[in-house]
Write a protein that binds this ligand. Structure first.
Ligand SMILES: [Fe+2]
Length: 347
């Protein structure tokens, strides 16, 4: 894996600049534009090169990926887009920087629920928006999202920013299941149960539970695996040890899930290699790496999550198609503002 050394500052020159750094078309290469961290995708790309002999060039971006490909236009070197969240996958499609792929191998590996009907994007892994519950202070081992609005939890819940895409996805799923009016009541109830103003990332909510600031939090499933195994910041192991994972709505519709995923870039100069990479990422070996090293759930039917993730219990995923979540994202964002979610609990 080779990192492309181009900066966003060079955006205006990017077409020429990047073309110099990497020939747009080269035998045995594929160019990846990624919102996913280089460290995270490195083991996958190394395995891909080992299996196919195709080398990978990665441009890592933390914002502006769609705008960049738009600006590069027909000369864009981008072959494959890697990202997380249904929001960013639909943003890429709506921004006109993807092209559809109809490929029997990929379609067989990835269930229809987790891909765009036109083949403009594909989910590769799922992650559930679970409840982190204090081991010491929460006796119950079951919960629903609806229950988070129950006044019995007043002052007990912590979450990150309501506008963060992870929370927008969940709120969008509540709209899809219950309608906008009910979802607004729910979000108002949840806001009123907050212990403090939304702040930090998902891991910070586990830290807040350890500190006794709250008893329940919303968080993505994989962070628990990442905290439990964190050698760089071992204090995160203590945060994770303070919580248990509750899969919301396990007894009815199942827990909300979002995806990490991929798309074929609109002008992919190395299209054949790009499709080979997409086939690789959806197949067994790559799905196993995602499960073992990133603690996400493989989308490939029959592929197992890691032992750590299995220890949380069994995920029953909400069967709501991701396109229905995407369709309600804008309304969800408006609701977050309307109820003043980020102002925190009312006094
Ligand atoms: Fe994340």
């Amino acid at each position: 894996m080779q990192l492309l050394k181009t900066s966003l500052a060079a955006l205006a020159l990017s077409t020429a600049g990047l073309a110099l750094a990497v020939p747009a078309h080269a035998d045995g290469e594929v160019n990846i534009y990624s919102y996913r961290q280089p460290d995270l995708i490195k083991p996958l790309l190394e395995e891909f090169t080992k299996e196919t002999g195709i080398t990978t060039n990665v441009l890592f971006l933390d914002k502006g990926l769609v705008e960049r490909i738009q600006a590069e236009g027909a000369n864009s070197p981008a072959d494959v887009i890697l990202t997380v969240d249904i929001a960013r996958l639909t943003e890429a499609k709506d921004g006109g920087v993807t092209q559809p792929v109809q490929n029997d191998t990929i379609n067989k590996d990835i269930p229809a629920q987790y891909r765009d009907p036109d083949g403009s994007w594909f989910g590769l892994t799922t992650r559930s928006r679970v409840v982190y519950a204090s081991k010491d202070r929460v006796a119950q081992n079951e919960i629903t999202y609806e229950e988070l609005a129950d006044p019995k939890w007043k002052g007990k819940i912590c979450t990150r920013d309501g506008q963060h895409s992870y929370n927008i996805g969940l709120t969008a799923s509540m709209i899809a299941h219950h309608g906008e009016a009910e979802a607004e009541k729910w979000l108002t109830g949840l806001k009123n149960n907050l212990a403090k103003k939304p702040d930090g990332g998902d891991r910070d909510q586990a830290k807040a539970i350890l500190a006794g600031e709250c008893d329940l939090a919303l968080g993505n499933s994989y962070y628990v695996g990442l905290m439990l195994t964190n050698e760089k910041e071992p204090e995160q192991k203590d945060w994770a040890a303070a919580i248990k994972v509750l899969f919301p709505n396990a007894g009815d519709r199942g827990s909300h899930v979002n995806v990490s995923g991929m798309a074929l870039a609109k002008n992919a100069p190395n299209k054949d290699n790009a499709v080979k990479l997409m086939e690789f990422l959806s197949a067994g070996n790559a799905q196993k790496i995602y499960a073992e090293q990133v603690y996400e759930y493989p989308v490939l039917p029959g592929a197992e999550p890691s032992e750590i993730v299995k220890s949380f219990g069994t995920l029953k995923a909400d069967a709501l198609p991701l396109v229905d979540i995407a369709a309600n994202r804008k309304k969800a964002s408006e609701l977050v503002d309307k109820v003043g979610y980020n102002d925190g609990p009312s006094q």
